[in-house]
Write a protein that binds this ligand. Structure first.
Ligand code: G3I
Length: 305
């Protein structure tokens, strides 16, 4: 294949990007996005603060803009994200207890229902585990509603859109020996054992020199896949440049190709200048839209795999 999506499709996988609604009018951006990627994630537009700015008043304007652009161009969509401690609308941030639990479940139900039948996979719950060595849940207003808030969110999402794959999504879960990775693994194993509806685990994979691609990354992907879930690389970006950056992209892509249930890779933006990392060059295209060494290596790795 001569594009990322075509090369990934040769092994039945997708290759995606995050899209920002306000950039779709930039023709350099939308031309690259349309040519290279066949799975689209809204970078911010389907989050809780964007979709329910006032309680029970839903706004799908920008989320729909991205969804419609994707579907009109023959692409699939990953929904991001139904329940998260961050990017909550102001009205939700100070809620607690039963009122918050019900508001969260209503949000999951309403948003998943709005997009019913149009979403390949939802990040149902995002970033619910703590960093560091505790292996604990992250403290948050949602966590304080009870440890079962995650499974309650998954059950509500399944009821609202039975056709969407339901994913748990997190960062710093790439190193198999990391306490956070093991804690997520234990939760997914428990969900599968008890019949809580979960279909996939997303590995955000934001890498930088302080948090590099671990050598056991493929072990992490294959270990989760062995629980009976798909695994996906959901927000890939890797700080660096030149051949060192390209080699890191190769490692990540090859790890996914080596795991049959690794169904696709999404990078978190198109050009370096579109990245959430204000000063950095973590993506596959430079600010002018030129293909970087990391692009060529990614394409060649997909084609060889
Ligand atoms: O749109 C407003 C604009 O009107 C306002 O003037 C400006 C001033 O701050 O803010 C703009 O909103 C910003 C938004 O990005 C759009 O650019 C928010 O402040 C900013 O917080 C938001 O950042 C996003 C971040 O998630 C929020 O948590 C990033 O774009 C987005 O890339 C990032 O994505 C996350 C994933 O969802 C979860 N995993 C980590 C990943 C990277 O942080």
């Amino acid at each position: 294949g001569s594009t990322l999506q075509a090369a990934a499709a040769e092994s039945g996988r997708y290759f995606g990007t995050a899209i920002a609604a306000q950039r779709l009018n930039d023709s350099t951006y939308s031309t690259i996005a349309n040519r290279e990627f066949n799975m689209i994630t809204a970078e911010n537009e389907m989050k809780m603060d964007a979709t329910e700015p006032s309680q029970n008043q839903f706004n799908y304007t920008n989320g729909d803009r991205i969804l419609n652009w994707a579907l009109q161009n023959g692409k699939q969509v990953r929904g991001h994200a139904l329940a998260w401690h961050s990017q909550q609308p102001g009205w939700m941030q100070n809620m607690s207890g039963t009122a918050l639990r019900n508001a969260m479940l209503n949000h999951v139900t309403q948003v998943a229902t709005h997009y019913k039948g149009k979403i390949y996979a939802w990040d149902v719950v995002n970033e619910a585990f703590a960093d560091g060595s505790s292996g604990a849940r992250r403290d948050s207003n949602l966590q304080r509603t009870g440890n079962d808030w995650i499974e309650a969110a998954f059950r509500a999402a399944r009821a609202a859109d039975p056709g969407a794959k339901l994913c748990y999504n997190d960062y710093n879960t790439d190193d198999w020996t990391h306490a956070k990775t093991q804690a997520v693994y234990t939760m997914v194993r428990d969900f599968k054992a008890r019949g809580v509806p979960i279909d996939c685990v997303g590995f955000q994979s934001h890498f930088n020199p302080q948090s590099p691609v671990p050598n056991n990354y493929q072990t992490t992907l294959s270990s989760f896949a062995a629980l009976g879930v798909d695994v996906q690389i959901t927000e890939l970006d890797i700080e660096g440049s030149g051949s060192a950056q390209a080699e890191n992209y190769r490692k990540v892509v090859q790890a996914c190709l080596n795991v049959s249930r690794c169904t696709g890779i999404t990078v978190w933006g198109v050009r370096d200048t579109d990245s959430w990392r204000a000063s950095g060059t973590p993506l596959l295209f430079d600010g002018s839209g030129n293909k970087k060494a990391a692009y060529t290596t990614t394409l060649n790795t997909l084609n060889a795999g």
